[in-house]
Design a binder for this molecule. Structure first.
Ligand code: SF4
Length: 399
């Protein structure tokens, strides 16, 4: 009889690696043939990299029938954890060598995380009131690419996502708190839930995969020639190398302002190979600083066109944008100086096009809608204006 091991959290028998793969095959065989065109949303993280390399191997080895077309859509937020980005570039090459179409999906220049903050002056997102980033840098670009794919193919496509079921209530809770929707990580889960049904149906063929199988696939199976010869080991390495199984870290954007800690980056820079990236740890404090009142404008409340949140804090001052820009460029330069000395890959936090765009916004005096830069900064004391328009003057204790 086959030995079973009970998962402490799920209380269900532990699936073995081959069983996991077999179940994936069955789910593809059940739904895949209904669609001529498949696509895969690939964030470069551990789950979606497992999905992409596994599906390609299953097709190439004849274990599942190939669709008429297969398109891999790589989501580049411009904020990927550096080694994940490098690994994705290599895997992308390998996929192209296999004649798989890979499209890079990126937000337009003016909507990217850093250009939006440093150019337009929109404050960094936070957990409470203002979370614009997921939709803008992940969901909308993917939806637009999917619309393009739908037009190219002329019919509904099957979108495969790397969504997995959480292994434990504890982990699910953590994901929900940091960056997720209904328990799914920022990225894959959102693709699963937000892509329009008119354009695609979604299937999560590795839903049942345990995290240890994901590591096993990335570290030991996929790099072997008989399983595809993919450069996936670096993906596992980015999550913590040999300790990855214990750490079980999630990754989102580098320095995600919504996560309380930069766990993935912290683990990464502890290792000598990646220690030269430690200046990236200064990004998160920059975003935190940018949300402070003195770095932002505030409505006086005397504007009668709105009665909601009359004295709200708004965009970043030009000085704050310049300060953050210079600090980020200093991080980039510091890392790349060391990278060149050590013969390691360099990073591009802001490329030339993005730098030009940001500086142009400053020259053009660009402000978000309903702001023009004449408002006082958020640290200036002012009369309190209530929703009904009544005013409570500042109490001047000096008189
Ligand atoms: S990982 Fe963080 S910064 Fe990136 S899209 Fe998600 S919430 Fe926004």
């Amino acid at each position: 009889m086959k030995a079973t091991q009970t998962n402490l959290f799920e209380g269900s028998p532990r699936l073995q690696m081959n069983d996991s793969i077999e179940l994936t095959i069955q789910s593809i065989l059940a739904y895949g043939p209904r669609y001529k065109h498949w696509c895969m949303a690939w964030s470069g993280g551990k789950d979606s990299t497992t999905l992409v390399t596994l599906i390609v191997w299953l097709i190439k080895s004849g274990r599942i029938p190939a669709p008429q077309t297969l398109t891999v859509m790589y989501a580049d937020t411009r904020l990927e954890l550096t080694p994940l980005f490098f690994a994705a570039q290599e895997i992308m090459e390998e996929l192209r060598e296999l004649f798989i179409e890979v499209r890079t999906v990126m937000a337009p220049l003016e909507k990217r995380f850093m250009t939006y903050i440093l150019g337009r002056g929109v404050p960094p997102p936070n957990n409470n009131t203002f979370r614009w980033c997921t939709r803008q840098i992940k969901i909308d670009p993917m939806r637009m690419e999917l619309e393009r794919l739908f037009r190219d193919r002329g019919e509904k496509v099957l979108m495969l996502t790397g969504v997995r079921q959480g292994e434990s209530a504890i982990r699910d809770q953590r994901i929900m708190m940091s960056c997720g929707k209904d328990g799914a990580e920022c990225g894959q889960g959102w693709y699963q839930e937000t892509m329009p049904e008119a354009l695609c149906d979604t299937l999560a063929p590795i839903l049942h995969w345990r995290v240890c199988h994901v590591w096993e696939w990335l570290k030991h199976w996929a790099p072997l020639p008989e399983y595809g010869d993919f450069s996936t080991a670096m993906v596992a390495d980015a999550y913590g190398g040999d300790e990855a199984e214990e750490i079980n870290a999630r990754t989102g954007c580098i320095a995600c302002p919504l996560a309380s800690k930069d766990t993935a980056l912290d683990n990464l820079v502890k290792r000598p190979t990646w220690a030269y990236l430690s200046p990236l740890k200064r990004l998160k404090p920059i975003w935190r600083e940018m949300r402070l009142p003195q770095n932002r404008l505030r409505k006086t409340g005397k504007d009668t066109t709105t009665d909601k949140n009359k004295q709200r804090l708004g965009p970043l001052t030009m000085e704050a944008r310049r300060y953050a820009y210079n600090a980020i460029m200093a991080i980039q330069e510091e890392i790349n100086r060391e990278a060149i000395i050590q013969g390691k890959p360099t990073v591009t936090l802001l490329n030339q096009e993005e730098q030009d765009f940001i500086q142009n916004c400053w020259k053009q005096n660009v402000w978000p809608n309903k702001w023009d830069g004449t408002e006082p900064t958020g640290d200036v004391l002012m009369d309190t204006v209530y929703a009904d328009g009544s005013i409570q003057p500042i109490i001047n204790f000096g008189d």
